[in-house]
Design a protein around this ligand. Structure first.
Ligand SMILES: [Zn+2]
Length: 71
């Protein structure tokens, strides 16, 4: 039981670190969480370090990965 809890915490930590960055698609003007399956497309070459930075650049959140601002 204790092992399961530890494993769960490790996964949660990984998930949080994956959310650290965002990737913008310069052609569609959408941005993705780096973990999104569309974040590796050929036009996804713009990097953002925050949700607000992506929004300020005129990008809209992807409807698949739904990037959200961090608190
Ligand atoms: Zn996405």
């Amino acid at each position: 039981m204790k092992k399961q809890i530890l494993l769960f915490s490790a996964i949660t930590l990984m998930a949080v670190s994956v959310q650290a960055g965002y990737v913008g698609n310069r052609s569609s003007k959408k941005f993705h969480a780096e973990s999104c399956r569309y974040a590796n497309c050929k036009d996804c070459t713009v990097k953002f370090s925050s949700y607000q930075q992506a929004k300020n650049a005129g990008y809209v959140p992807c409807k698949v990965c739904k990037p959200r601002p961090k608190n």
